[in-house]
Design a protein around this ligand. Structure first.
Ligand SMILES: Nc1nc2c(ncn2[C@@H]2O[C@H](COP(=O)(O)OP(=O)(O)OP(=O)(O)O)[C@@H](O)[C@H]2O)c(=O)[nH]1
Ligand SMILES: [Mg+2]
Length: 416
């Protein structure tokens, strides 16, 4: 592949990074990662302290003159404002920079989602989020928006033209909402059925790019796309995880991001719901990254979604980590990449589900085998010992099912 050529074709992006009171450098690093994940080229950044927001252009007009000078010679630049802009602010900044294309963070994220969506439901969800974002922005500005040409902010899986009038978009939004509602109902039925079948579920939840898909692959020998880019996964995937004879359904899903646009959270709520309806969540963090912020964001988003299930904090990418003092005390340190800590993680998952379980010594006379067989699914069996008249075995059984096994308790003296 000719790398130089590829670089030429990529959309060139210059960042405006407002520095407000709660600014952290991760915010800017993340914008650069987002640009790369959108297959665009990062050129540079204008950092700007914000003491007072200029209602017309957010940052001061003097700064915009500076920026115009910096980027004028570069040609074909897109400016990414790493925050939220109102429609009029977007247009004003664009005008001040000489009619250059200006996008905000939401537009960039929506673009990545549009490229990454695989399932037809994922595509519908992204299209809905894009249209909801565009709809208020089309008020009399249709011409200005359609002037933008191609690239980020103009792509969508649904190919809805930006010039389409608002009425058309409104109808499409209604259609997508109905369609997605029907899909969500169907999924809920499936979830209910799964609940009835009593398969316990474990969900991988966490910030984007922390290694959730890599962990799913490592634990279940699955083949889920994992990559060093933000939002590699959009569609939920479930795989069977077997630990010491017990089966669990392990689900990988879309990652979280700091200030994820609300339209997007709404659009993905139903996708996330399948992961949120779990018995246990593994909240995956990147031990080498800004894990504190990842965890905070994830927990805050979960709270917003009324998630109240038990969870473990899993610090991934911890290979070669020497100092573990600056992490939450209860963290489980693993490396999905080289397998460190996975045995312990599995053991903890098992302990969690078996914490109230009881080990029974059973004696099944062969003539009563057909009576015993239907109970097998309520036990994890081990240590089989075929005697002349009966099968002896140990069974791990949850409290709810203990009474079923009463008739098979092994009352003979201790086995040697
Ligand atoms: N060093 C190291 N890298 C890892 C480890 N686990 C995953 N990675 C890398 O981290 C990057 C992201 O991994 P993914 O599994 O795609 O992360 P994800 O959480 O599924 O990301 P999204 O789907 O975007 O939310 C990939 O480049 C992985 O190879 C690990 O234990 N150690
Ligand atoms: Mg993933």
């Amino acid at each position: 592949m000719n790398f130089e050529n590829r670089a030429d074709n990529r959309e060139k992006i210059y960042i405006i990074q407002p520095i407000g009171q709660d600014y952290t450098p991760s915010e800017h690093d993340e914008a650069v990662s987002l640009i790369e994940s959108a297959d665009a080229l990062y050129l540079g950044t204008l950092f700007q302290q914000i003491r007072e927001i200029n209602p017309a252009t957010y940052i001061g007009s003097g700064k915009l003159v500076d920026l115009k000078e910096r980027i004028d010679g570069l040609g074909g630049i897109t400016v990414l404002f790493n925050g939220e802009l109102s429609p009029s602010q977007t247009l004003n900044i664009s005008a001040a920079l000489g009619d250059i294309k200006v996008i905000d963070r939401t537009t960039l994220i929506l673009d990545i989602f549009a490229k990454r969506a695989q399932s037809s439901e994922g595509k519908l969800q992204v299209e809905l989020a894009q249209l909801k974002y565009l709809y208020p922005r089309l008020k009399g500005k249709g011409a200005a928006l359609s002037k933008l040409g191609g690239g980020i902010g103009t792509r969508g899986p649904g190919e809805t033209q930006l010039e389409t009038d608002r009425r058309h978009i409104r109808l499409r939004i209604d259609y997508l909402e109905n369609k997605l509602r029907a899909l969500a109902t169907r999924r809920r039925l499936l979830t209910d059925r799964r609940k009835k079948s009593e398969t316990r579920t474990v969900s991988l939840i966490g910030y984007t790019n922390t290694g959730k898909s890599t962990l799913l692959n490592a634990l279940t020998a699955a083949d889920v796309y994992a990559a060093d880019r933000l939002f590699a996964t959009l569609d939920p995937t479930s795989r069977l995880l077997r630990i010491d004879g017990s089966d669990f359904l392990l689900t990988d899903t879309v990652g979280f991001l700091h200030s994820l646009p609300h339209n997007l959270i709404d659009a993905f709520r139903s996708t996330l719901e399948s992961a949120l309806h779990c018995d246990l969540a593994l909240i995956v963090c990147d031990a080498r990254g800004d894990h504190e912020r990842q965890l905070q964001t994830t927990l805050a988003t979960l709270k917003e979604m009324q998630f109240e299930k038990p969870y473990f904090i899993v610090m991934n990418k911890s290979e070669g980590l020497s100092d573990t003092t600056l992490y939450p005390k209860e963290s489980i340190f693993i490396s999905a990449k080289n397998g460190d800590g996975l045995a312990l993680l599995k053991e903890k998952i098992l302990q969690f589900f078996r914490k109230d379980s009881v080990l029974l010594h059973l004696r099944i006379p062969y003539e009563r085998m057909s009576e015993y067989t239907p109970l097998k699914k309520y036990a994890v069996e081990k240590n089989f010992n075929y005697r002349d008249d009966a099968l002896l075995l140990d069974a791990i059984v949850e409290p709810a099912y203990l009474s079923l096994f009463r008739g098979f308790a092994d009352r003979t003296k201790k086995r040697g």
